[in-house]
Unconditional design. Structure first.
Length: 262
């Protein structure tokens, strides 16, 4: 089962049974997202990117997560779960997902998808049913490198304050360095908020913004590029824990705004 939203020339399909991912985003009939059951754009929750060796510490307790990309745990559990629709209109939908074993803390995740003719806003919230716990949230979109319109491949434009130095284990070392040219599988810091522009020359421009201060850019594959706004860096459960408390849920949003270039 999937949910269809539309506004003007924009059409979105949400596959809530498969991780509540945006399985399709079409602008005037052109598909922007890489197709396939593991692609589209999926929520990363309750952590983003890699967690070192699948382990994180909360106080004196060390938790072991399933290692789904050895030697690390990657991208959370939300992308593999079935979410429940809570409210659906023509251009807006709300979905929920309850955190449960093997995540060691009970809680709820809510994702809101809002569509207009020239933008889509995604909002995610993580709340606890009991004890406080560290968590992260973000999105992992796979944008098609070539839209199949006969134009050039996509260009990625952004101005980051720093790049997280990446170790051989693909985790940030803790050192902040000047941003390097791609190709990237790297995390960047944007203290004023994420702001990345994808441009398919002569066809379309998509600007990805968020009040979140971290973004991972991945462009090492031939078919697609990824721009991932998230609430903290990879391995952040260990290096920069953000506690979800009964009075302070984790909230994050991102807006994708598009502009036709032809």
């Amino acid at each position: 089962m999937s949910t269809q939203l539309s506004a003007g020339g924009a059409e979105v399909t949400v596959d809530q049974e498969n991780g509540c991912r945006i399985s399709s985003l079409r602008i005037d009939g052109t598909e922007l997202l890489r197709q396939g059951p593991t692609y589209g754009s999926f929520p990363m929750v309750p952590w983003c990117g890699r967690t070192e060796n699948g382990r994180f510490q909360d106080g004196a307790t060390v938790h072991q997560l399933p290692v789904n990309q050895p030697p690390h745990a990657i991208h959370g559990f939300g992308r593999d779960a079935a979410w429940r629709p809570a409210r659906v209109t023509d251009a807006e939908a709300v979905f929920t997902y309850d955190l449960a074993d093997p995540w060691p803390y009970p809680g709820r995740v809510t994702q809101i998808v809002e569509l207009s003719p020239d933008a889509m806003t995604l909002t995610m919230g993580v709340e606890t049913y009991g004890d406080s716990f560290p968590a992260q949230a973000g999105w992992h979109p796979w944008f098609r490198r070539d839209l199949g319109l006969g134009g050039q491949e996509v260009g990625i434009g952004f101005d980051a304050a720093w790049q997280e130095e990446r170790g051989e284990d693909h985790l940030p070392t803790g050192n902040r360095i000047d941003p390097k040219p791609g190709p990237w599988d790297d995390c960047f810091g944007m203290p004023q908020g994420v702001d990345v522009t994808l441009t398919w020359p002569g066809a379309l421009e998509v600007r990805i913004t968020s009040r979140a201060e971290w973004v991972v850019v991945y462009d090492e594959e031939a078919e697609a590029v990824c721009v991932e706004p998230q609430s903290g860096p990879p391995n952040g459960l260990n290096t920069l824990p953000r506690l979800v408390t009964p009075v302070d849920p984790l909230e994050i949003s991102t807006t994708w705004t598009w502009r036709r270039l032809s």
